[in-house]
Design a protein around this ligand. Structure first.
Ligand code: F0G
Length: 483
């Protein structure tokens, strides 16, 4: 008896010593991480090209002051978009080798289907070649003259796809969403009062669906809270209005919910993503963002009859429902991309590195849309260039200036994109969208330096006039001159 007691006491002591030694070891080798390190190392590199100021001047003139017309090889740091510009992982590239290119019943489709079903709970999963194809199919079915589609803020292709059916696209984001200096944690939220007033005014039967864009790209990449998603869902339920997510950046939105919303700190991003989708009747997704792929989209639906109609449209315009405008290998890369985007170390790096860019600019007095968004930093052109009238496109002037000074390509999100000949947009912004897993901290430090230098010379920037523009989506192809 005593022998056994002694033996167990010895074991306890030994365990204690070993644990202490382990603690000592981990303490010795653990540091509190302050630097945001990229949670990957680089296996393949793509050279980028420095140009001289004289070369850039010739290039921007040839592009008629529209950065969309510049050849990518003439850009040093390309922050035009975070869409389709992600670096894929070695796992994604190897998944592509498993691509099953069968016309019907491809295994790649079923691998994607299983991943998306597990992640979202949706039964009807239609692949498309990109987000706007999902939008076109959805609004071909649900939009028509006299209908009204509310959203927090419609993205430009969503708005264009709604308007081409004759329906109206209405933005109902909270007032803070229009105030670049408001630090509201969920500036992408929809204003429920505005939504209910719209239902009251036009009648629920004229609203074929209500959308929420997560995160709200046109409003600065700002998140929508779970509380707001639930409340919008509840109003929709009361009035029998289908509720859809424009879920391009669902993982970034879920991460913000985990970080900022009471009650979610201990929840995994995966479970938050599931909860977001559980509340919706459908979703359009451009997989070119949080799918971590270069091409792809999805249309998710709960209603079987609507899904059947959508599949018929898909076959006519995109492809058979088990590939929908994509190669089998694209479907495999996407299935893997959706797994990787839910990695919380990746999301932590992603959101913190964008905040780093934003906070550094704020430190130097550069006015940006606050707080920093999920995929981009937006310069506030109204405050940066108060000497340029909104209809003389201050954000376009900054975009041109940034290319001239540093070979950086950003994009105007202001009156060129959302205004017309006599009405300016609500905000004049320059978006610096950060491609996923592409640039390192030194690239971002260079961007910071360039913007600080441009800020010091802001008084030299001049207003811009449109020379020529198409009737819709004019920012892509318009030509400009300086006033
Ligand atoms: N919805 C949102 C919120 C978007 O940001 C985009 C694309 C789309 C839909 C359309 O998806 O490009 O795959 O057809 N945004 C890109 C951007 C183009 O630069 O923000 P798509």
């Amino acid at each position: 008896m005593r022998l056994r007691d002694n033996a167990s006491r010895c074991r306890d002591i030994l365990r204690k010593v070993l644990t202490q030694r382990h603690e000592l070891r981990t303490n010795q080798f653990t540091i509190t991480m302050k630097t945001i390190i990229e949670p990957f190392r680089i296996k393949v590199v793509e050279p980028i090209r420095l140009t001289t100021p004289q070369q850039r001047e010739a290039i921007i003139q040839k592009a008629r002051l529209n950065v969309f017309s510049i050849r990518a090889r003439d850009v040093l740091i390309d922050l035009l978009t975070d869409s389709g510009t992600s670096a894929m992982s070695s796992e994604q590239w190897s998944a592509m080798m498993h691509g099953d290119e069968s016309y019907a019943g491809s295994e790649s489709f079923f691998r994607l289907y299983d991943q998306v079903q597990e992640m979202t709970g949706f039964e009807h999963i239609l692949p498309t070649h990109q987000g706007r194809a999902s939008e076109r199919i959805l609004f071909d079915l649900l939009g028509s003259a006299g209908k009204v589609v509310p959203n927090n803020s419609h993205f430009d292709t969503t708005r264009a796809n709604i308007e081409r059916t004759g329906a109206a696209a209405v933005d109902l984001v909270i007032d803070e969403g229009y105030d670049p200096q408001s630090r509201h944690p969920f500036k992408g939220n929809m204003d429920l009062g505005k939504f209910e007033a719209l239902i009251e005014r036009v009648g629920a039967d004229r609203i074929p669906l209500c959308m929420l864009t997560v995160t709200n790209n046109s409003g600065g990449g700002q998140p929508v809270s779970m509380k707001n998603i639930r409340e919008v869902h509840d109003v929709c339920r009361t009035h029998q209005i289908p509720f859809f997510l424009d879920a391009c950046r669902f993982a970034e939105n879920a991460y913000f919910i985990q970080q900022r919303e009471p009650g979610y700190a201990d929840r995994s991003v995966t479970s938050i993503v599931h909860e977001m989708f559980d509340l919706s009747d459908g979703a359009t997704i451009s997989a070119k963002k949080d799918g971590l792929v270069n091409i792809g989209g999805l249309l998710l639906l709960r209603d079987a009859a609507l899904a059947q109609q959508a599949r018929n449209n898909l076959i006519l315009t995109e492809g058979f429902p088990t590939y929908g405008g994509l190669a089998g290998r694209d479907l495999d890369a996407l299935a893997q991309g959706f797994r990787e985007v839910l990695d919380e170390h990746y999301l932590d790096y992603r959101i913190r590195s964008i905040a780093y860019l934003g906070e550094k600019l704020i430190e130097h007095g550069v006015p940006i849309l606050e707080p920093p968004g999920g995929h981009a930093i937006y310069l506030d052109a109204k405050r940066l260039c108060p000497h340029i009238e909104p209809l003389q496109f201050p954000a376009q002037a900054i975009t041109i200036g940034l290319y001239r000074i540093a070979g950086i390509r950003a994009v105007e999100i202001g009156s060129v994109m959302f205004g017309n000949d006599d009405t300016p947009a609500d905000m004049e912004l320059v978006r610096l969208a950060i491609p996923r897993r592409v640039y390192t901290q030194s690239h971002i430090d260079y961007v910071i330096e360039a913007i600080i230098e441009l800020f010091a010379k802001r008084h030299e920037l001049r207003g811009i006039r449109i020379v020529d523009a198409p009737p819709a989506l004019r920012h892509f192809t318009a030509t400009f001159e300086e006033i």
